[in-house]
Design a binder for this molecule. Structure first.
Ligand SMILES: *Cc1c(COP(=O)(O)O)cnc(C)c1O
Length: 661
């Protein structure tokens, strides 16, 4: 094999998303001639723009490229060849430079692939390639407007496998392209209908994520599920386990059923056959959050399918019935539960909530839980990663318990320096980006971060409920407190958009003293700055609607203390010392409940959080605060890693892969 040129090596480093969790490879891109990277720009675009000449002329740079390339190659060579687990998800958040995600579900899926690569699991991802991805948020006239930008696969490390598969959509045959993205040693296959062979309507099936009417959604989901199984077959990949990350890929189960029937199974045998290989992770505790279709719509797809297999359509529809739904509704979560051998929720609390929610569906009591985790090397600030490597050993990032037991050995002054640097970077960014007439941000002040989807149950404006009280907190000159907020509302969520507006009104109100700012267009890059720079991570969803929540996990790894209702992961992880729990009220009336919980939140700020931060009577993080940070790290660190999560999935689900059935 010819030796790759240095420039080819650099191109490979920029193509494989391994760079997204390698500070060393990112530092290498920063050294490229041509000045600093443009935010959001994919490194491959940069490498192509620089060209080989200038790279090869720099001997020091060339040497570092060769070194990093050899490390990548060694990692890829050590990875398993056979791929026995297929992980399906409608969105994957790998990097902000590849905006194919909307929020938590995608971030989880991206982190799952990265941790699978670290853990050398024999896994492939399957998803869709959206031409315009998810929207960008701009603020105009005090409210959110959406902007879409065309994806540029050629600059995103996306390669064409050359494989094309066909899928039937309501009588139309659509051609589906299969692209490949490498996430370390894990291949991610992305399906796309934007091909000249398809009619304009069919080309647009994979236009945007979570967009369009029910039929559009159904078409996307059929392409993902049915097309995904066919794509793997065409690629010569024969998974032993199919893992459905949420119900959007449910139709893969139909395709597996089809295969089993085609091999001569009876319908009951085929169902058992599919169950033996399929596993389902449910993510929403809210019935309205589940994908459901009217029978009249799914009939157009399931009707011909049932006739072809000589199965009564009613028997098929019965698999998607949920007792609490209105009649004639096909529920994808119910369908997934009935066609998968095991199923789980994403925190201990959510496991229980799911057993209740799906009560009445056969064997719903078997639903267990695997609490989500986050990919540490992707989310922890680089200088803190170095500190952890030095004092804890590199195992901290993959959730080695003994590494996290050593947090006492990190010098207090080193922690204080990190905090100051991380907060300073956030404040600098917020000053430049924030929407506030006169941002009045102090790099030494107690900084409270809140960033998430503006879904009503997350209650982004709860802290503003008692205006006189929050205004008094913001007015303090001796113990300054500032809030940095970010988040998008789904374009069709009018209530969510009203919350963005309400927040922006307060930001523009002199009563906020410039100490509440909003950063537009929340994405992974904004998230990284926020979770690293905040002293406190505020999370106040209406319990128990947050299935898990992962932004607080990223914050905790960075040394931010969680201030949260006992919902999602916090319910099982809070131990009274590693952060604060906002009590949930028992009130039935929602507005009473909001008032009570807002008061509890402000009580905690007034009586505990603010006094602890300023306990030393000077600006900057007190020693007592830093002791709390250590508590948080030592009690939570290992648990919060995505490595711990994928190891649990490997035991519960992927073990199958080692003993084919
Ligand atoms: C981590 C993350 C999320 C998920 O956070 P939650 O706490 O689950 O709301 C959403 N969006 C982005 C950009 C993230 O980085």
């Amino acid at each position: 094999m010819p030796v790759a040129s240095v420039y080819d090596q650099l191109t490979e480093l920029a193509t494989n998303y391994r760079w997204s969790w390698s500070p060393a490879i990112q530092a290498l891109f920063d050294r490229l001639p041509g000045g600093p990277a443009i935010p959001g720009q994919h490194p491959l675009a940069r490498v192509l723009a620089v060209g080989p000449g200038r790279v090869e002329a720099d001997a020091g740079l060339a040497e570092e490229i060769a070194r990093q390339h050899a490390l990548l190659r060694a990692e890829l060579d050590a990875a398993p060849r056979e791929r026995s687990v297929a992980y399906f998800s409608p969105e994957f958040a790998i990097s902000e430079t590849f905006p194919q995600y909307s929020g938590g579900l995608g971030v989880l899926a991206g982190d799952h692939l990265k941790a699978a690569s670290d853990e050398r699991l024999p896994l492939v991802g399957v998803g869709l390639l959206y031409r315009e991805g998810f929207f960008h948020q701009a603020i105009e006239h005090g409210g959110q407007v959406e902007r879409y930008t065309e994806a540029s696969p050629q600059f995103s490390g996306v390669t064409d496998t050359g494989v094309r598969v066909r899928v039937q959509l309501d009588g139309h045959s659509v051609l589906v392209a299969v692209w490949r993205v490498d996430v370390g040693s894990v291949p991610l296959y992305l399906l796309d209908t934007h091909l000249p062979e398809n009619s304009p309507d069919l080309r647009n099936v994979t236009d945007r994520l979570y967009h369009g009417d029910r039929e559009h959604r159904l078409n996307q989901e059929v392409v993902l599920g049915v097309g995904g199984v066919r794509a793997l077959q065409a690629l010569g990949i024969h998974p032993d386990v199919y893992h459905l990350n949420e119900g959007h890929s449910a139709f893969l189960l139909l395709e597996l059923l089809h295969d089993a029937l085609a091999h001569g199974d009876t319908f009951p045998e085929a169902l058992e056959n599919v169950r033996a290989r399929a596993r389902f992770t449910t993510h929403t505790p809210v019935p309205a959050g589940i994908d459901r279709f009217d029978d009249t719509l799914v009939h157009r797809y399931l009707g011909p399918w049932a006739r072809r297999h000589r199965i009564a359509e009613d028997d098929l529809l019965a698999l998607g019935r949920m007792p609490s739904d209105p009649p004639a509704v096909f529920n994808l979560a119910a369908f997934c539960l009935r066609l998968t051998g095991e199923a789980n929720g994403v925190s201990r609390l959510h496991g229980g909530v799911s057993r209740d929610l799906f009560h009445g569906i056969e064997r719903s009591e078997r639903i267990f839980s695997v609490t989500n985790g986050v990919h540490a090397r992707s989310w922890v600030r680089h200088d803190l990663q170095e500190t952890f490597d030095e004092h804890l050993g590199s195992g901290w990032a993959t959730g080695v318990e003994s590494a996290w037991a050593r947090t006492a050995s990190i010098p207090t002054e080193a922690i204080r320096r990190q905090r100051t640097a991380a907060r300073g970077a956030l404040i600098e960014y917020a000053r430049a980006q924030a929407l506030s007439a006169a941002p009045n941000l102090d790099p030494a002040a107690l900084t409270i971060g809140f960033a998430r989807r503006f879904a009503p149950y997350k209650r982004a404006t709860l802290f503003l409920h008692d205006r006189p009280r929050i205004e008094a907190i913001l007015a303090s000159a001796e113990r300054p407190v500032q809030f940095i907020v970010a988040g998008k509302a789904h374009p069709a969520d009018h209530e969510g958009k009203a919350l963005v507006r309400e927040l922006l009104e307060f930001v523009g109100d002199p009563a906020s003293r410039g100490r509440v700012v909003f950063i537009p267009d929340y994405d992974m890059a904004v998230a990284r700055l926020l979770v690293a720079g905040s002293d406190v991570w505020l999370n106040n969803p209406l319990r128990p609607y947050e299935a898990c929540g992962t932004s607080g996990m990223k914050a905790a790894l960075n040394g931010s203390l969680n201030l949260s209702t006992l919902d999602g992961w916090w319910d099982e992880a809070h131990d009274g010392r590693n952060g604060w729990a906002i009590p949930s009220s028992e009130a039935d009336d929602l507005s009473v409940r909001n008032d009570l919980e807002a008061a509890s939140l402000l009580d905690l700020l007034d009586h505990e959080v603010i006094p602890l931060f300023y306990a030393d009577g000077r600006a900057g993080t007190s020693d007592a605060w830093i002791a709390r940070m250590r508590e948080s790290w030592s009690s939570l660190g290992a648990f919060l890693t995505a490595s711990r999560m994928v190891r649990e999935y490997a035991q519960a689900y992927y073990e199958l892969a080692r003993a084919p059935i």
